[in-house]
Design a protein around this ligand. Structure first.
Ligand code: SF4
Length: 454
């Protein structure tokens, strides 16, 4: 797998585009700040949400069984999948059993994680992603680059080009209203012709067996209300205990994600409509193992708001695709190595460790601490590159010795001033590729201090 830094370089080669994404995501972050500041009890809400998740994760087995019991009582068919393969087969089985040929699907990162679309498409079933951003990237055969704003890496001119090719819209017309109207007409036909609707799940309530889905476009509801079969797919960590707790999360989720007070639709799917089938598929796919990992289990609290991505200076400048993971950004850099440490070993290093991600996280995950923890574990497992290990070894011995530190400082000040530029700014100095060192002072702070305050 190409490392994050190399993929980021590809994204950054179009500087204008990178600037645009940086600005667009920062604007979302600012909206989030205004929304959060408008709730005086914001910090208490975050603490409460964190504790509810902690409690639920600590008793997950009991709550999952309670949820299943209540869902079955409501007339829902509950399925359990231990991994992605089993999950895909359950959905395919349901489709084949019911002669389904057309499926509409609202946003679900779990189905991305398990590769559900290709699994169904391989046997000729049409799967249409109905979230507007998801549909755009589905047309372009690209993965999402953000968990809430899947097509944020695209400018409207690019969307216009895609729609022109796929929906025969007017060439060059990139008016957002015009493009949205075209998508609406296209999707409405898909909703009306679907045999099955699939949704993700934001929260699953143990107390009453309901699956709660939050959207802004109402696409989950359109699918569920029109199709005779609806299937809701959830990871085991989506569980919360009581209906009363839901309000804590709905107040945090949309404000953290986009700065809205609440998502436009918060739908509680409790039982099937008359004559319809409702299924819930509960998926593990490595989550139980993750739960056992004391160092990283708190990342299972994540409610997928995307705030850590919007604020992260590395994510904003490197683009979501550079992470090579279904979940990119700071949270993705913790989740990736949990399941694939060798393939995702570079991700925890794609961070400035500034802590901004932890500050905005609505469920108080200590994201930057976990990234730091991962760096240590990856180093202990000897998975860092030789050049990085060597650099750290040298830095370690210099920082451990007062005289070595003073001498190195002197040498560096002399070298930077006197050596030809090419010897300092070259291919070996990755740091210097996008940066310039400040003017080098004549003396170190220590020397200055000794002279002036002896
Ligand atoms: S880690 Fe926190 S901030 Fe990031 S997506 Fe999850 S809940 Fe949101």
């Amino acid at each position: 797998m190409m490392p994050h830094a190399k993929k980021a370089k590809v994204f950054l080669s179009d500087n204008q585009h990178a600037d645009w994404q940086d600005g667009a995501l920062w604007a979302v972050r600012q909206k989030r700040d205004i929304a959060a500041q408008s709730v005086p009890e914001w910090e208490q809400l975050r603490e409460q949400a964190s504790q509810i998740k902690e409690h639920t994760l600590s008793n997950l087995d009991n709550y999952l069984l309670q949820f299943e019991k209540n869902a079955i009582k409501n007339g829902v068919q509950v399925h359990w999948a231990s991994d992605a393969e089993e999950f895909n087969d359950i959905i395919l089985g349901l489709a084949l059993q019911n002669k389904v040929s057309k499926i509409v699907k609202s946003k679900s990162m779990l189905t991305e994680e398990c590769g559900l679309n290709p699994h169904l498409e391989n046997v000729g079933i049409e799967v249409v992603d109905t979230d507007l951003g998801e549909r755009i990237i589905q047309f372009r055969n690209e993965p999402p680059s953000h968990i809430v704003l899947p097509a944020i890496h695209l400018k409207r001119e690019e969307v216009s080009e895609t729609f022109h090719k796929k929906l025969q819209t007017e060439k060059g017309n990139s008016d957002p209203q015009y493009l949205t109207a075209a998508a609406r007409v296209h999707l409405r036909q898909k909703f009306l012709g679907a045999d099955m609707a699939i949704t993700g799940v934001n929260f699953a309530i143990a107390e009453n067996g309901a699956a709660v889905v939050c959207t802004n476009e109402g696409n989950a509801d359109m699918g569920v209300h029109a199709a005779p079969i609806h299937v809701h797919c959830m990871g085991i960590e989506k569980m919360i205990t009581r209906v009363e707790d839901l309000g804590v999360f709905t107040r945090l989720l949309a404000r953290s994600a986009t700065g809205q007070p609440i998502t436009t639709y918060t739908s509680h799917y409790v039982k099937p409509r008359k004559g319809a089938q409702m299924h819930i598929v509960i998926v593990d796919n490595g989550r139980s193992k993750h739960l056992e990992d004391a160092n990283h289990r708190s990342s299972l609290k994540c409610i997928r708001c995307g705030a850590c991505m919007n604020t992260c200076p590395v994510y904003r400048r490197s683009g979501g695709h550079s992470y090579g993971s279904v979940i990119p950004g700071p949270i993705g850099s913790i989740l990736g190595p949990v399941h694939q440490i060798k393939q995702k070993k570079d991700l925890p290093f794609a961070s400035s460790l500034c802590g901004s991600c932890s500050d905005v996280c609505p469920v108080k995950i200590d994201i930057h601490q976990q990234l730091y923890q991962w760096r240590q574990e990856i180093s202990e497992k000897k998975l860092v590159s030789r050049s990085k290990s060597f650099a750290m070894l040298v830095a370690g011995s210099i920082l451990a010795s007062n005289s070595m530190y003073n001498f190195s400082g002197k040498m560096a000040r002399w070298a930077i001033k006197n050596m030809p530029r090419k010897l300092i700014y070259n291919k070996l100095n990755v740091w210097g590729e996008g940066r310039e060192l400040p003017d080098i002072p004549r003396q170190s702070f220590k020397e200055w201090y000794m002279k002036n305050y002896k």
